[in-house]
Design a protein around this ligand. Structure first.
Ligand code: AP5
Length: 218
């Protein structure tokens, strides 16, 4: 089972993907998290992607698609949530092609919808764990101030959550990523979910929608 979580920056893709992957026992592959971890350790990948991420533009496809293909080749799990990938039509087609070679395909695409002012609000107040990337915010605070509930790591504000970079990321989302909504709708794979409620209720809506389409047991 291969599920893509799609939505604008701040829609809650990371929050929901981590929660649902944990509840349903799926692998969670988040390109943004992989890139930030590479920047943290300062390896070659981190050095290559940093300049794109700080500007709020997409990392070139050859780097991103290469990274995902490497992951898929060694992943024993065949129940996966992709979060933040694919991000444009080229990436979507590359993923379809790679899965097809293994007689597999994307099963469902969960499109999390949130109004633009709410996205900007959320990103301005987001803190994430430097170690495991778990996001926190006013509605999802850590139990201990400045400390990750999951791993005890320190929290920080992403440099690309500065207002000017957020505006750029939203622009990039609408021009490059939003066309994927139609791409997957035409394939009959799009599940639209209102992402504006509480975290638990959004998660329940996603799980019931996947259950209704019989991708998971209810
Ligand atoms: P990436 O890390 O993927 O960022 P993004 O898509 O911009 O998404 P975000 O992580 O900002 O938001 P989210 O939807 O995960 O929301 P979250 O759950 O954190 O990408 C960063 C950069 O990496 C890109 O700009 C690009 O440079 C590069 N990159 C990544 N993937 C790439 C690719 N495939 N190709 C090329 N380049 C790529 O939630 C946000 C906040 O809201 C949190 O504080 C959270 O606690 C809170 N929140 C969540 N749900 C709720 C709720 N229901 N109610 C209230 N608050 C909530």
């Amino acid at each position: 089972m291969y599920i893509v979580f799609l939505g604008a920056p701040g829609a809650g893709k990371g929050t929901q993907a981590a929660k649902i992957a944990n509840e349903l026992g799926l692998a969670h592959i988040a390109t943004g998290d992989l890139f930030r971890q590479a920047i943290e350790v300062g390896n070659d990948l981190g050095k290559k992607v940093k300049k794109y991420m700080v500007k709020g533009v997409l990392v070139p496809d050859e780097i991103t698609v290469g990274l995902i293909m490497e992951r898929l080749a060694v992943l024993a799990q065949t129940r996966v949530i992709f979060d933040g990938f694919p991000r444009n039509l080229e990436q979507a087609k590359a993923l379809d092609g790679a899965l097809k070679k293994q007689n597999k395909a994307i099963d469902q695409v969960v499109y999390i919808k949130v109004a633009e002012d709410e996205l900007v609000q959320r990103l301005s107040k987001r803190w994430i764990c430097r170690n495991c990337q778990t996001p926190y915010g006013p509605h999802t605070p850590p139990r201990v101030s400045n400390q990750c509930d999951r791993c005890g790591g320190r929290l920080y504000q992403r440099p690309d959550d500065q207002p000017e970079t957020v505006r750029k990321r939203l622009k990039v989302y609408f021009s490059e990523t939003a066309p994927l909504i139609e791409y997957y709708r035409q394939q009959g794979k799009l599940l639209e979910v209102d992402g504006s409620g509480r975290v638990d209720s959004v998660a329940n809506n996603i799980i019931s929608a996947l259950g209704e389409r019989q991708f998971i047991a209810q």
